[in-house]
Write a protein that binds this ligand. Structure first.
Ligand code: FMN
Length: 171
């Protein structure tokens, strides 16, 4: 792998996005950070809270990030899709760290609907276009088909990192 520093950041309510994030971190030799949400989201009332946050495009209160995004060449951010929107904790993370990003990439886990709207929202929140994006269905994660689903995304990211390194070397 390259000398570039890569950070994978994610939120996961039920573990699906966590599987993707930890697999990606391994494939990219990246640091890994889980966003800690201060809102109770378990059970039926927690589910409704997620829906309400999504409908209102409301941010969530989160624990401040432990790793400094400004120290990384690439920050890869992952979220579950909630009602066709970014999860509220990732909404907060992207907005709070937008000035620190050099390059970003996005991934999401979902049931099958709404990923493009999520990527559009992430791009607006981060204030920049992603170098690559990847959607993975929760069913694929449950079947253990994650590495195959992420292979193209990872090879795109590695190509971009190699390009930046070549550019920095020339400059
Ligand atoms: C409140 C809520 C809303 C959801 N809305 C959608 C949706 O609009 N489209 C979709 O494909 N999946 C939707 N899902 C399914 C999740 O995106 C999917 O199960 C995801 O993999 C969960 O990730 P996690 O286990 O990391 O929390 C929703 C799940 C929740 C909890």
């Amino acid at each position: 792998m390259s000398d570039s520093r890569v950070l994978v950041v994610f939120f996961s309510r039920t573990g699906t996005t966590r599987v993707l994030a930890s697999t990606l971190a391994g494939m990219l030799s990246a640091d890994l950070e889980e966003i800690c949400d201060l809102t109770e989201r378990s059970g039926a009332s927690g589910y409704l809270r997620c829906l309400a946050d999504s409908w209102r495009k409301r941010p969530a209160e989160i624990v401040p990030a432990g790793l400094d995004a400004a120290q990384y060449d690439l920050v890869v951010v992952g979220t579950p899709v909630w009602a066709g929107a970014v999860s509220a904790p990732v909404r907060t993370y992207l907005f709070e760290n937008r000035s620190k990003f050099r390059h970003v990439a996005f991934f999401c886990s979902f049931g099958g609907l709404g990923s493009q709207a999520v990527f559009d929202e992430m791009r607006t929140l981060a204030g920049r276009a992603p170098v690559a994006q990847c959607e993975v269905r929760a069913g694929e994660v449950q079947r253990g088909a994650v590495a195959a689903s992420l292979a193209l995304f990872v090879s795109d990211l590695k190509r971009h990192l190699a390009d930046y390194e070549a550019l920095e070397w020339i400059c």
